[in-house]
Design a protein around this ligand. Structure first.
Ligand code: NAD
Length: 263
């Protein structure tokens, strides 16, 4: 059976883990060349890279640059262009979280979160758009969050960055609308990934709660289905956005949050 992304190249930031890796697998499954990015154990990443090539029958490249730094973002985009000519599908997914009251929020964490969760998406997008416009086809997908639509306490930097990302995406969608290029946000509620697991200790401290209380009374409290979203469900939405069926879906913010933001 023919795979609908054969001949396309997808670059997914923060794809050595969690949701990003699920996107990479889903798009490789449809035949795309993949550029993965992120940190982690070199052997484990190489194994994932080879696995993606087996899935796609195409190429997979690892670019391990730190996306909080503009020169490294430029180097990653250059590597992708050298290997594949350019990026047809850009998924801005790398992100980090820090949980603390605003008056105690560490200054370095604020800067890092804004750099990674917001500024990096601007830099990758500005570098990807010329090729997409020339090709008259492109897909820009952001992993935003329910926190691009609503807030939670103690997550000031993250909520600020994600709201900014949502506005940025709408602006880009308008600018590229006549070029066959779409730009959309996918906004998950809580997905069970290392990012969520790692914030449990800080949330326990900030709210003086046990691990179980954080899971049930904080994380899943706002999610009416009382279930975590899976990374595969998020990736399936990205596949839809890459399809011809979604050619007129642009500037949208698609919630996958078990009803969280319906409240
Ligand atoms: P994760 O921690 O599993 O993955 C984050 C990825 O980003 C990893 O590959 C990591 O190596 C990479 N990364 C971290 N710092 C980086 C840097 N400086 N440069 C390049 N790569 C870097 O997290 P996840 O839960 O899969 O989150 C992915 C995205 O989904 C994030 O943008 C996050 O805000 C968003 N999101 C997650 C949830 C959730 O509940 N997990 C919900 C909504 C939105």
């Amino acid at each position: 059976m023919s795979k609908f992304l054969t001949g396309k190249t997808a670059l997914i930031t923060g794809s050595t883990s969690g949701i990003g890796l699920a996107y990479a697998k889903a798009l490789a499954g449809e035949g795309a060349n993949i550029v993965i990015n992120g940190f982690g154990d070199a052997d484990a990443i190489e194994k994932e890279r080879q696995g993606l090539e087996s899935l796609s029958g195409a190429k997979a490249l690892y670019s391990g640059h730190d996306l909080t730094k503009v020169d490294q973002i430029e180097a990653m985009m250059k590597e992708a262009a050298n290997a594949f000519g350019g990026v047809d599908i850009l998924i801005n997914n790398a992100g980090m979280q820090h949980v603390a009251p605003v008056e105690e929020f560490p200054l370095d964490k604020w800067d890092l979160i804004i750099a990674l969760n917001l500024n990096a998406a601007f830099h990758t997008t500005r570098l990807a758009v010329p090729y997409m416009k020339e090709k008259k086809w492109g897909r820009i997908i952001q992993t935003a969050s329910a926190h691009s639509l609503v807030a939670s306490p103690y997550k000031s930097a993250y909520v600020t960055a994600k709201h900014g990302l949502a506005g940025f995406t709408k602006t880009v969608a308008l600018e590229v609308a006549t070029f066959g290029v779409t730009a959309n946000c996918i906004s998950p509620g809580y997905v069970w990934t290392p990012l969520v697991e790692n914030q449990i200790p800080d949330t326990m401290k900030a709210r003086n709660m046990t691990r179980e209380q954080v899971m049930n009374d904080v994380l899943l409290a706002g999610q009416p289905t009382k279930e975590f979203v899976t990374a595969e469900q998020v990736a399936a939405t990205a596949l839809y956005l890459c399809s011809d069926a979604a050619a007129q879906v642009t500037g949208a913010n698609l919630s996958i949050d078990g009803g969280w933001t319906a409240q």
